[in-house]
Design a protein around this ligand. Structure first.
Ligand code: SAM
Length: 239
């Protein structure tokens, strides 16, 4: 089992132009994630091979559509045990990374992992994105905003756009046909000063199951009334 997944993971690193030497950090990350998971329920994916592909490689797939080998500031909203933000930090150590997560046990794990991996310039925030988005210093301050598996597209755009600088990018990984969700998302985007720039399939080995990356650009400042409360933005999404 693990051998096969490991070689798929290695080929994914190669496809992305990343060095095989990163493997060591990811194996440590996996070991700690699965160990902590027995006590704190951090992830539903418990198979060690699947962690490599469905968490780590899937997180890194974002580099297929957005890559910068210079210092940028990335925000990951609802990062859970670090996805996709922490794998991206491992791959691009020059990036500054902010991770927002509402659940304390997950931020405790993140701090442990950041210490263990000796990665610098990672800010871990225990809080809710819709509150932090209204704080000075965070609003309009990020080059790249992402969020995986947190909410519907409209809700995610409403949470993400306030953080993104004009000219910056919001990259959201999604899976399968999106139908009405994408139509609604595009309408919401207009209200938020965002437009869809590209929508590409993930083409990495092991992830050929309908995954896609939506790249939105922030073309003007997001109006100050957004984001609304979590209840409002999930129960009455912008359309
Ligand atoms: N992004 C991770 C991943 O892909 O594995 C975690 C996904 S998990 C399904 C959703 C996470 O988002 C949870 O850890 C939850 O606590 C967090 N979350 C949900 N709403 C949030 C909010 N408004 N602000 C911050 N975190 C939030």
């Amino acid at each position: 089992m693990s051998e096969d997944f490991l070689s798929v993971f290695q080929s994914g690193l190669e496809q992305l132009g990343l060095p095989q030497s990163l493997e060591e950090a990811f194996l440590l990350y996996r070991q700690e994630l699965l160990d902590w998971n027995t006590r704190f329920n951090l992830t539903a994916i418990k198979d060690p091979g699947e962690v490599l592909i469905k968490h780590f490689l899937d997180s890194l797939s974002l580099l297929q559509i957005y890559d910068a080998q210079k210092e940028i500031h990335l925000l990951d909203i609802g990062t859970g045990p670090g996805f996709p933000g922490l794998p991206l930090k491992i791959a691009r150590p020059e990036w500054k990374v902010t991770l927002i997560e509402a659940t304390g046990k997950k931020t405790t794990f993140l701090q442990h992992m950041v210490d263990l991996l000796h990665v610098k310039d990672v800010e871990i925030i225990h809080g809710r994105a819709e509150d932090i988005a209204h704080k000075r210093g965070y609003r309009g301050n990020f080059d790249l905003v992402t969020a995986r598996a947190v909410s519907s597209l409209s809700a995610l755009l409403e949470c993400s756009a306030p953080f993104c600088r004009v000219g910056g990018a919001i990259v959201l990984p999604k899976k399968g046909e999106m139908g009405d969700e994408l139509v609604q998302g595009k309408r919401a985007a207009r209200l938020l000063g965002v437009r869809l720039k590209s929508d590409i399939p993930v083409t990495l080995n092991g992830l050929d199951d309908g995954r896609r990356l939506l790249y939105w650009e922030q073309y003007k400042t997001c109006p100050t009334q957004y984001p609304r409360s979590w209840a409002a933005l999930t129960k009455s999404p912008l359309v």
